[in-house]
Design a protein around this ligand. Structure first.
Ligand code: ADP
Length: 481
């Protein structure tokens, strides 16, 4: 048991780790996607901001040139922001004015670029000063349809690249830290969520056959509370089944012990002294009857046990309940005659049902046999079949002592016998339990009622099936003709 608890707890530990891993994996995917998006967005914004600044710078120079103020252009060129370089090319003379600050190698490269006229101001990426990437804004000054000046302003991508690199480094540090925190909090949360299940598992593993009365404490009305309640419900059913099983075993052994003890004493008495062959024969006959009773009891017990375990299959056939009842009545006439009881039948018309013929015969025989057994000499047993909407009904009516109201439910329990019945030499009290199982296995029911003038009526109700005629004519729901 302890080993089972340990293995269940190990299982829960594995679930806890698995849940955490899933959680961290999903978080890593989300974080990865989010950081990529931020990086790309940041990169686009930084580059377009830098381009806008370059274009502003180029437009400033263009405006000054358009106003024809070259001294202003020279002061603007001297005043370009740090890290920015600029050239202004006179397209008619080929003269080039350059900014004063910035990388001289890059300035030389920018100056050496061919001054082809362009239609509108634009920004492009170029490699200047060896291998560095620069953004270059070009703006033309057009007068009278002629490009007179060409302004170029350039700035290295280094600052933007440095800012992006820094962002990437920060993300590369932050993501693992966040994931580590997620692992810790995931383990903590999964542990908290699984702790109640762990407690249920431990409590459930400790409940054995001997303490099935124990129940789990129900805390709250959440899923865990419902799980505990469901588990307790299962324990209720299990305990009920165990009690029934124990009762069945105790009753069965009690019922078997008495006839076996009688059989033993009969054998002992017979063997006490030598006897004549006739006496041996008589003793053997008597013992044979006892063994036959025992054998019947054992097969009834087996059948009930199999029925309760759902292992007693039924052979389904199309049957006529009226015909079946008439057959049983005919076969039991000799017994009724011997007991001086009148056995009559009133089974006009037929009642089509689906069922197991052997089992339904057994049920009818049980009821008629009881009725004959408990009816005093001169009494009458009447067997009738009738139908109500959807049901075929078999009644076995006798003029015996009847069944007291408080016993009317109990007589269908296993081994139940009224005290008066014991003196009449009835069976072990299994016949009606078997009859109830047969009726219920056919989707029907059985009950007993007693009239004011005494006597009892056992009624069996079974679902009607389509009659043979209606099946032939294709009407599957038709019932009684
Ligand atoms: P048994 O084999 O002892 O008759 P049953 O299960 O058939 O067992 O019946 C259970 C009890 O129901 C009987 O012991 C008897 O007390 C009562 N009983 C059954 N049928 C009748 C009846 N027709 N009239 C009065 N009591 C009956």
């Amino acid at each position: 048991m302890i080993g089972r608890v340990h293995s269940l707890r190990d299982g829960l530990g594995a679930i806890r780790v698995r849940l955490t891993l899933w959680y961290v994996l999903l978080l890593a995917l989300i974080l990865g996607g989010f950081c990529t998006f931020i990086y790309l967005r940041m990169s686009r914004d930084l580059y377009s901001e830098a381009d806008a600044l370059l274009l502003d710078e180029a437009r400033g120079l263009s405006t000054a040139l358009q106003l024809g103020d070259e001294s202003n252009v020279t002061s603007l060129l001297a005043d370009v922001p740090a890290g920015t370089i600029a050239t202004v090319t006179d397209m008619t003379s080929g003269r080039v004015l350059t900014s004063q600050s910035g990388s001289t190698r890059a300035l030389a490269d920018l100056r050496a670029l061919p001054a082809q006229p362009v239609a509108i101001a634009s920004v492009e990426s170029l490699t200047l000063a060896g291998d560095a990437s620069w953004r270059v804004a070009t703006a033309p000054i057009v007068m009278d349809g002629q490009t007179t000046w060409m302004v170029r302003v350039a700035r290295s991508d280094r600052d933007v690249e440095a800012a992006l690199r820094q962002l990437a480094v920060q993300m590369a540090i932050a993501i693992p830290v966040v994931l580590l925190v997620a692992v810790a909090s995931g383990l903590f949360l999964a542990g908290r969520a699984l702790d109640p299940i762990d407690a249920i598992t431990r409590a459930a593993a400790q409940i054995g056959a001997e303490d099935l009365h124990r129940r789990l404490a129900i805390r709250g009305h959440d899923e865990i509370g419902r799980l505990s309640a469901t588990f307790n419900g299962m324990l209720n059913r299990l305990e009920h089944a165990f009690v029934q099983q124990r009762q069945f075993t105790a009753d069965a052994s009690h019922e078997l012990r008495t006839p076996l003890a009688m059989l033993m004493s009969q054998i002992d008495i017979t063997l006490e002294r030598p006897r004549s062959p006739e006496q041996y024969e008589q003793a053997l006959h008597s013992m044979r009857d006892d063994v036959a009773d025992l054998s019947r009891l054992v097969s009834e017990l087996l059948m009930l046990a199999r029925a309760e375990a759902g292992q007693e299959p039924l052979a389904w056939d199309q049957l006529d309940l009226a015909q079946l009842a008439s057959d049983v009545v005919s076969s039991m006439q000799p017994l009724a005659c011997a007991r001086k009881v009148q056995l009559v039948t009133d089974c006009a018309g037929h009642a089509a049902i689906h069922g197991d013929e052997t089992r339904l015969m057994q049920l009818t025989i049980n009821l008629v046999d009881n009725a004959i057994k408990y009816t005093p000499q001169g009494g009458t047993v009447t067997v009738t079949t009738r139908h109500e909407p959807g049901w075929a009904i078999l009644d076995v009516i006798d003029t015996g002592p009847g069944v007291e109201i408080e016993q009317q439910q109990r007589i269908f329990e296993r081994f139940f016998r009224a005290d008066s019945a014991r003196s009449r030499g009835g069976g072990a009290g299994l016949g009606l339990a078997i009859s109830r199982w047969i009726a219920e296995a056919h989707g029907g029911a059985i009950r007993v009622t007693c009239g004011g003038a005494g006597g009892s009526t056992f009624s069996v109700r079974l679902p009607l099936a389509a009659s043979p005629e209606s099946i032939k004519s294709g009407n599957a729901t038709a019932a009684i003709p």
